[in-house]
Design a binder for this molecule. Structure first.
Ligand SMILES: Cc1cc2nc3c(=O)[nH]c(=O)nc-3n(C[C@H](O)[C@H](O)[C@H](O)COP(=O)(O)OP(=O)(O)OC[C@H]3O[C@@H](n4cnc5c(N)ncnc54)[C@H](O)[C@@H]3O)c2cc1C
Length: 459
């Protein structure tokens, strides 16, 4: 559809999970129908296509806990009304360490679940009856308990998670956590926006002028069309800064490339009912002396011979009757340039596999012989320094940002869309919404508190 000469109430730049969610909640909460979603790519095909599609309400700060809790509630609403088209499951997140008394992790739990910690955190030590812990019996989200089970009893851990190495001493089992299909969520939202009268315009926004309403220039093939919009939303994912620049603004975000590998687990190394598992302990990888010497020689790979912080993910992927597994490790901390070629590292599959073997020794069967057809991919975590999102007004009146969703944009899309729609329409955003907007940088106390946290919740 040509947008030439058209005029909309809201133009949303970017049709990833976030732009779609903003448009969806504008329709759903405020009945806005004159919406244009603008994107040169297929909807959901950039960062949103790379998501591990996991969700959790575990964060080291109560604002992020409340925000993701709200998002999970909204996802549940969609799951309920769509016959679970978004494939929501809830086997939890299992955060694993070899430390027998991780007081810092438990402290993070109490801080994150502020006010409800006593009610939702259940400690299971060697004195507790095993029956007090209810492992996930099914993947159904409706069946899972709330809160967190902290397993400190090695016998209980071995009985519940026999695939883990025997040195695991503590498991934090976050129960309000699991997986969804982000693609289905996006498709569901796009259909709702379209059936309410919204448009999807294929093109890149290359100019934005404030002339009464905004006049957007949209490059599409050989032509550039113009669209007038009363309000504009910057939901451009890794290109948030470029869109801000069109309006003479800057945003405090950077893009950090992270990778995953998925492969067919022909040996059945990973139990199909395993929660999304994260090894929190850092490690030095297990190279042979010869490998270590070769890697250490090259400045590009020398780091792989040193200690790397934890956070190795492993999860069965797809149906319980399926065979695929996904591994990830967001250890890269260096910002990259999303305009350039993707910096995928050919060593990554081998690195993450070796690291994952420490927790799940059966994966060793694949070291040096990953199955043919293994899929190595990645995308940018677009993030602020404190790893909180940016949702709300930009400096230019009438322009809003919904982005910097780092590694949590699938799980937080619904709350982000809902909060941004409230800002746009002058509704009542959630009590914590101001802290997720650019306004937080005017709150030195909050920023100092965030700078002092021992974890930013990056997984
Ligand atoms: C490897 C990896 C694993 C992840 N795992 C998880 C996970 O398990 N759980 C989770 O919740 N999150 C996860 N995430 C994070 C999640 O994928 C992202 O936060 C989310 O997809 C971001 O969505 P977005 O809409 O902001 O960005 P995108 O999906 O990148 O969409 C932005 C869109 O804006 C468009 N655009 C840009 N500039 C313009 C312009 N000028 N004009 C028009 N359109 C424009 C782009 O074409 C693009 O389609 C992961 C991310 C990565 C990279």
């Amino acid at each position: 559809m040509s947008a030439s000469g058209d005029h909309v109430e809201v133009a949303v730049i970017g049709a990833g999970n976030i732009g779609l969610a903003v448009a969806y909640y504008l329709v759903r909460k405020y009945g806005v129908s004159r919406i244009a979603l603008i994107d040169p790519r297929d909807p959901m095909s950039l960062t949103s296509a790379q998501s591990g599609e996991n969700y959790r309400n575990w964060w080291p700060h109560p604002v992020m806990t409340a925000y993701t809790d709200d998002s999970i509630r909204l996802m549940e609403e969609i799951a309920r009304e769509s016959g679970n088209r978004i494939n929501m499951t809830r086997r939890g997140y299992a955060l694993v360490t070899r430390r027998s008394d991780p007081a810092d992790l438990v402290e993070d739990l109490y801080r994150g679940y502020a006010g409800q910690g006593e009610r939702v955190i259940r400690i299971h030590d060697s004195g507790s009856p095993h029956a007090a812990y209810r492992p996930a019996v099914s993947a159904a989200w409706e069946d899972a308990p709330e809160g967190v089970d902290v397993l400190c009893d090695q016998e209980l851990i071995r009985k519940t998670f026999p695939a883990y190495a025997r040195d695991v001493a503590t498991v934090l089992h976050i129960r309000r956590a699991g997986s969804i299909s982000g693609q289905q969520l996006g498709q569901f939202m796009l259909e709702a926006v379209r059936s309410a009268g919204g448009w999807l315009i294929r093109g890149e926004v290359v100019g934005a002028e404030r002339a009464g309403p905004f006049a957007l220039s949209i490059a599409s093939g050989d032509e550039t069309v113009r669209l007038c919009a009363e309000r504009v939303v910057n939901a451009a994912g890794p290109f948030l800064k470029d869109v801000a620049r069109l309006l003479g603004e800057d945003l405090p975000v950077s893009c950090v490339y992270q990778q995953k590998v998925a492969f067919e687990d022909r040996e059945g190394a990973v139990p199909r009912n395993l929660p999304f598992t994260i090894d929190l302990d850092g490690q030095e990888l297990d190279w042979t002396d010869e490998e270590r010497a070769i890697l250490a020689e090259d400045p590009a790979t020398a780091r792989l011979t040193q200690f790397i912080a934890g956070g190795i993910h492993c999860r069965p992927d797809g149906a319980e009757s399926g065979k695929w597994v996904k591994l990830g490790w967001a250890f890269n901390e260096r910002a990259g340039d999303p305009h350039g070629p993707e910096p995928a590292d050919d060593h990554f599959p081998d690195i993450v596999l070796r690291a994952a073997c420490r927790l799940q020794p059966a994966l060793r069967a694949y070291v040096g012989r990953l199955p043919r057809g293994a899929h190595h991919y990645g995308g940018y975590y677009t993030m602020t320094g404190e790893n909180w999102p940016l949702i709300g007004p930009m400096a230019t009146p009438g322009v809003f940002v919904a982005g910097a969703l780092s590694g949590f944009g699938t799980m937080a899309a619904c709350a982000t869309g809902s909060i941004c729609a409230d800002w746009i329409m002058g509704g009542q955003p959630a009590p914590y919404a101001r802290m997720l907007s650019l306004d937080r940088y005017r709150d030195p106390e909050l920023m100092a508190e965030l700078a002092g946290l021992q974890s930013r919740g990056v997984l």
